[in-house]
Each structure stands twice: as C-alpha cells, then as structure tokens.
Design a protein around this ligand. Structure first.
Ligand SMILES: O=C(O)c1cc(=O)[nH]c(=O)n1[C@@H]1O[C@H](COP(=O)(O)O)[C@@H](O)[C@H]1O
Length: 240
C-alpha cells in the first residue's frame, strides 16, 4: 500500500513553470505536493511526470463526481499516471466509490494510489449546509455518514476538516487528510472549518494539506517547516 506523508503542499499556481520555479527558489524540492484542478487542467499528464521525475509524492486532487462508469474509466487513466493519492466526492454514492476503486485496479501498473473520499468541503459551514444546500444534518453528521459509506465501499481514507478527524478515526479507522490548515491568527480566506497544524496532530489527522499559508508567505520554506513541526508536535502530544 502507498504511504501517506504528513504534509502536502497545495500547488495552487497558474502554471507548471510557476509552480516548479517556486519549489526550486524556496528550497521545497522533494516535498509532498497536491496538484489540483487549476494546474492539472492546464498542464495535464506531462506536469505529473515532471513532478515524479523530481521525486515528489503526488496527491492528484481532481475530486471526481460522475456516473460510476465514467469515474471507473477516468480513474483507470489517473492510476496509470503513477500518482500516490486520488480522490472522489463521497456524495457520488456507493456505486461510484466502488467504480473508482475498480478503475484504479485496472489502471495501476504497480501499487494502486490511495483512494480518498471528500466528505464536506472545508469551505462550508453549518449555514451553507443547512440553508444553501437544504440538508438537515450538520457538517459533522454528514462527515460521519459519508465516512462510513466510504469505508463500506472501498475507500482508503477521507478528506474532512480537523474538527471531524478524531470522530472519523474512531468510527471507521480510515486515513484522515485535513485541509483548511492555518497557523494561529492566519488569514482564513474562503475556508470555514479551519484549524492549526498542532490541533490537526492532536485530533488524529494523519496528513494535512496546506497551500496559501506557504505560497503567500514571505519565507515559504520556514513556513513549511513550522507547519510540519507543529503538526508532528501535536501528534506526539496526542501519543504521549
Ligand atoms: O480535497 C482537497 O484537497 C480539499 C478539500 C477540502 O475540503 N478543502 C480544501 O481546501 N481542499 C484543497 O486544499 C487546498 C487548501 O488550500 P489553502 O486553503 O490555500 O491551504 C486547496 O487546494 C483545496 O482545493
């Protein structure tokens, strides 16, 4: 099984050359990275190959959500890229999650990528869920429900906020990957269910994803190391 790394740096840049130049000029060579829709839609598979050549672990975050057959066939292609993690929206349902798993099996040359199910986006709060989406459950109840669904249908882990990570771990034992990470007092931007890296470690998060706090920092390498250090310290505190 592929291994999960503690911190994934979200490469939310407008081009591959900008992302690679940033990595090189800020001593971030080889750090685990997350490639999202913005970069993948522009640069595609060659950019993934270049990151692999530069020894980055890669979380390819395309959050698939479609009918099962389309997801199966798409996952077959993503698995062939040799990335380490891929994801789908848990709200696509049981057949879609199973189809994603099947596609990964069919497409992977060696080990399959880990399959994560996105539960409730960290940019959503209770108001968004209840009022805009007209869902009766709270975000926490939705995460609990989606995590059980993900577990029952073959996902390796879930993407959720730090606020739900300990619950998910207890209820399902799945890997938890938590975005919405901010250093104390940091700008939260469009994120709603945020947390510090230390709290993520304390709350049974297995890995964190962070982008703008590093990308927009005046000292990105130092910020990356601080976030990673705080996260690992939180984990240690929880274990002791
Ligand atoms: O799947 C994700 O990675 C994801 C899920 C989620 O619920 N919230 C979330 O922010 N993300 C991603 O995590 C990254 C967070 O970026 P920052 O808010 O800049 O740290 C972005 O690239 C998002 O696409």
């Amino acid at each position: 099984m592929k291994e999960l790394k503690p911190v994934y740096f979200a490469l939310d840049f407008s081009s591959g050359s900008e992302a690679l130049a940033f990595i090189q000029s800020h001593d971030l060579e080889g750090v685990p990275v997350k490639v999202g829709m913005e970069l993948f839609y522009k640069e595609g598979a060659p950019f993934i190959a270049e990151l692999k050549r530069q020894n980055h672990d890669i979380f390819l975050d395309l959050k698939l959500y479609d009918i099962p057959e389309t997801v199966r066939r798409s996952m077959r292609n993503l698995a062939a890229l040799g990335v380490d993690i891929v994801n789908v929206h848990a709200s696509g349902g049981s057949r879609m999650i199973e189809a994603a798993r099947q596609g990964l099996k069919e497409g992977a040359f060696g080990e399959q990528p880990l399959l994560f199910a996105v539960t409730v986006l960290t940019s959503m709060d209770e108001w968004t869920v209840r009022r805009e989406l007209n869902v009766e459950a709270s975000p926490k109840e939705m995460v609990s429900h989606y995590s059980r669904l993900a577990k029952a249908h073959g996902a390796d882990g879930v993407v959720c906020s730090v606020h739900e990570a300990a619950m998910v771990k207890k209820e399902t034992g799945l890997f938890t990957l938590t975005p919405g990470i901010r250093l104390p007092g940091g700008d939260t931007h469009d994120q709603k269910r945020t947390s510090t890296p230390e709290e993520a470690g304390i709350q049974a998060s297995d890995a964190i994803v962070t982008g703008r706090p590093i990308r927009d920092s005046s000292a990105p390498a130092d910020t990356y190391q601080t976030i990673k250090g705080d996260f690992l310290y939180g984990k240690q505190t929880a274990d002791s």
